[in-house]
Design a protein. Structure first.
Length: 297
């Protein structure tokens, strides 16, 4: 049996997951490109494969029609936006993901970035490397009003961490209105000092118009989906100071080379919130076990 890997970093730090397949005599073929594959590439990669350990490559009706032998997809991660689940089911392909694995790593990243922004760690470091002794005054997490948009596993963990440091947590989740602590997203944006995005889906939820209602100097953190924010609106808000700082780990197109690269008050990381050794090993192992179960091996 042949299993192919879409995720570009699979088994880069640990052989635990891949060994589970090799011990069963499964042929495993890794991503040959070291990056996200396009549609044509994943079709070629899937030739003869019964299983796929999926990254962010497009997995749609056309891909499935060219892969009649494909029986199971195990997504390494939470997000399923790149997988047409309806088309997969129509083709008899079982689909799974790893919803719990990323929670700790992504939450730690969000906390680390907010602390870094608040305490001016990056500009202070830059000053020191230029031999400039400049004692910058930042802000603490205690007392901040933090709007958490999307209250799944990660949103809950981020709230827990920030609340332990004294933040006042506001909650908005379109799909769980009963838990919201603000009537609307707009109400939350008017009140918040910080917004951290953990919503699912592809819908733009922070539109260009919404930047006009935000508190001046707001901080926006996005570890969920690039498309949740209007890029043009964010760019202008960073330039005019409406948004004092932005961190993005997910983008409208990846690899990202867009206009936010021009903004010194934007911290940009290349989709690495889950890239801790422990998290990758956990997610890879869970995905492989899902695949083994669905393939019946």
């Amino acid at each position: 049996m042949k299993v192919v890997v879409g995720a570009s970093s699979f088994a880069s730090k640990s052989d635990k997951a891949i060994n589970l397949l090799l011990e069963k005599g499964v042929e495993v073929v890794k991503n040959p490109y070291g990056r996200k594959m396009n549609e044509e590439e994943i079709i070629q990669h899937l030739e003869g494969a019964a299983g796929l350990l999926a990254g962010l490559e497009p997995l749609n009706k056309n891909v499935f029609s060219h892969s009649p032998q494909l029986k199971a997809i195990a997504r390494i991660g939470i997000g399923m936006d790149n997988v047409d689940i309806t088309a997969a089911e129509a083709c008899g392909i079982k689909v799974s993901n790893t919803p719990d694995g990323p929670t700790a790593a992504v939450s730690e990243m969000v906390l680390g970035v907010l602390l870094s922004i608040g305490r001016q760690i990056i500009p202070a470091n830059n000053d020191m490397h230029r031999k400039i002794w400049n004692k910058r005054i930042g802000f603490s997490i205690s007392g901040l009003k933090v709007l958490v948009v999307g209250y799944g596993h990660i949103g809950q963990k981020v709230s827990e961490l920030l609340k332990s440091l004294g933040a006042n947590i506001l909650i908005y989740d379109k799909y769980q209105p009963e838990i919201n602590t603000v009537p609307t997203l707009e109400d939350g944006l008017r009140m918040a000092d910080v917004v951290t995005l953990h919503a699912s889906g592809k819908e733009e939820i922070i539109t260009q118009a919404m930047f006009s209602i935000m508190k001046k100097g707001i901080v926006i953190l996005n570890s969920a989906r690039g498309g949740l924010i209007n890029e043009d609106g964010l760019y202008h808000a960073l330039k005019d100071g409406t948004v004092s700082n932005f961190w993005g780990d997910v983008f409208w197109e990846e690899p990202y080379t867009g206009k936010l690269s021009e903004c010194e008050n934007a911290i940009l990381t290349p989709h690495i919130s889950t890239y801790s050794k422990q998290c990758r090993e956990s997610m890879e192992t869970e995905a492989v076990l899902n695949l083994i179960k669905d393939l019946g091996i």
